[in-house]
Design a protein around this ligand. Structure first.
Ligand code: FAD
Length: 239
């Protein structure tokens, strides 16, 4: 069943990313997602970036996301959800690792964890400085931010796994939480196993029904055959 939400505010986060803030809350957990529908265009999963008020952060990369970017204040979006299993706050010292839009659901998690008294460090990875998202918002919320860019235009030059490894060694976090491209998640999963660090990872997969019926979103890199991102995830929990 879809609910219709009206856009109340649009924030430009970077050259290809916007946050759409809606006129009402949708009760949800960080890491959960909605199936967002634009009539005549299609329906895609989007992670919930905030619950109160409800917000979605979208990177314009193709037909659906570019159509979303053309929406204006007052326009409507149809959503089903919240769907899936989100992140669970476990431990006191949390290390968050994000790439691309994945930083947005992690910001939702960071605000919740900080409100509960946790300390939060974010390791954000991107191709260039222009692709970094929400870093100042994390700092304003009280998180410590580390940045890695592939071209070295900001922070450490290289992949996000280099800076997570430093934080793991120096600050001994209780758990790692990540959202981003599958290759990044696979590398982080290996790193966590090496350091015996509990981890919760939000997996991206091609989704159709969002309800565990069609099977389109099986995560093949996951060790459990038949593990569906929409129903079993999108967050996998090592503990
Ligand atoms: C659980 C889940 C949560 C998601 N949450 C979000 C979210 O909060 N915000 C968001 O922007 N997207 C999110 N996505 C991705 C989203 O569902 C769409 O895939 C995305 O909007 C692209 O759709 P499109 O039709 O515009 O482009 P497509 O035609 O599907 O893709 C165009 C090209 O861009 C690549 N691509 C797809 N997504 C990205 C990306 N994020 N960054 C770089 N390249 C990409 C594709 O591989 C393809 O080559 C999520 C996906 C899943 C499974």
């Amino acid at each position: 069943m879809h609910q219709v939400l009206k856009i109340k505010e649009i924030r430009v986060e970077n050259y290809r990313t916007k946050t759409f803030i809606f006129g009402r809350p949708v009760s949800s957990q960080p890491g959960q997602f909605v199936m967002a529908w634009l009539p005549g265009i299609g329906e895609k999963p989007l992670s919930i970036a905030a619950d109160f008020p409800f917000a979605l952060t979208v990177v314009a990369v193709g037909p659906f996301s570019e159509a979303l970017h053309r929406l204006q204040i007052g326009d409507r979006l149809w959503v089903r959800g919240p769907l899936g299993h989100g992140f669970r706050v476990a431990g006191q010292r949390l290390l968050l690792a994000g790439g691309g839009y994945g930083v947005a659901p992690l910001f939702f998690l960071a605000r919740k964890a900080i409100a509960q008294g946790c300390t939060v460090e974010l390791c954000a990875g991107a191709r260039t400085a222009a692709d970094i998202l929400l870093a100042a918002d994390f700092e304003r919320a009280g998180a410590v931010v580390h940045i890695a860019t592939e071209d070295g235009s900001l922070g450490h030059q290289g992949l996000v796994t280099a800076i997570t490894e430093n934080v793991i060694n120096e600050n001994r976090p209780d758990a790692l939480y990540a959202c981003g491209p599958v290759k990044m998640l696979e590398a982080l999963e290996q790193q966590c196993q090496q350091y015996n660090l509990p981890h919760q990872l939000s997996w991206e997969a091609h989704m159709r029904c969002g309800l565990g019926i069609c099977g389109a979103c099986e995560v093949h890199s996951h060790r459990i055959p038949g593990w569906l991102a929409c129903q079993d995830g999108p967050v996998s929990d090592s503990s």
